[in-house]
Design a protein around this ligand. Sequence first.
Ligand code: ATP
Length: 284
Amino acid sequence: MGTVIELEQVCKRYGRITALAGIDLAVAQGELFAYLGPNGAGKSTTIRILTGLTRMSSGRVRLNGFDIEREPMAARRQFGVVHQHLNLDQELSVFENMDLHGQLFGMERRSRRQRIEELLASFGLADRARTLVRQLSGGLRRRVTIARALLHQPEILFLDEPTTGLDAAIRRRIRAMIREVQARGTTIFLTTHQIEEAEFLAGRVAFLDQGRIVALDSPAGLMRQVGSWAIDQLREGRLVTSYFASRQEAAAFRSEDGFTLRRVNLEDAFLALTGRKVHPEEGR
Ligand code: ATP
């Protein structure tokens, strides 16, 4: 499998702040790669650089072989992107939003319309084509933005927090759709604060902290670094988690206080390896 997303020593400085301190990364064709980190770690900055919204201070990026600085137009055609903030035109219909996007990519009318129909059908939006975006629920809008990002058949799909603000049932639906997009061969680069989302979807996960990748492995590999079983206990108003290699070891753990025994999850690995909470303000 070829490499479709390639970062070499990517740095980004905002004045005295170093947002990215040398990121090296290679994502293979067809992979679903999750890029996780606490607030301010540099996730959005990375996606903004990869999608041409911000220039890196130094380093090199190739998307499907095209250098984003030397061949920006060709690089731009290699990906579709769903940004954190929805950028659909509220006053246009679903179809019109998609059609406009296809025109921006220079798609000719017939193939554009055919592709829009296919995508609306596969995203369960066929009966919404004429509905104005402002009349859609948040979940449906998110589906439209994902469908639209795939219109020009990009090799890569960037998803920046695709399920934030959606309810549990809709999050599941969107995750199933993301899986289907991957199954059709698209390489997916995902950022999310929903760590179980990465655990469920991703083949490999990078943990980013203060502008550096501090761990990179499969979800199972990252979890193994912590243990297999966990015991949560409340001690003096704080949740304290202990990790064990086996269930036997965990069972031998003696405690007078109440505790919960459970399997280790990716969030445990995240907290242990980045040494911080997903939302630091909640940890105070
Ligand atoms: P979040 O989870 O909160 O979205 P993030 O991982 O996406 O965080 P970034 O938004 O990439 O983090 O920010 C990385 C660092 O760069 C932070 O310290 C942030 O304050 C800083 N930063 C980001 N954009 C700018 C900017 N335009 N000017 C100055 N500093 C910035």
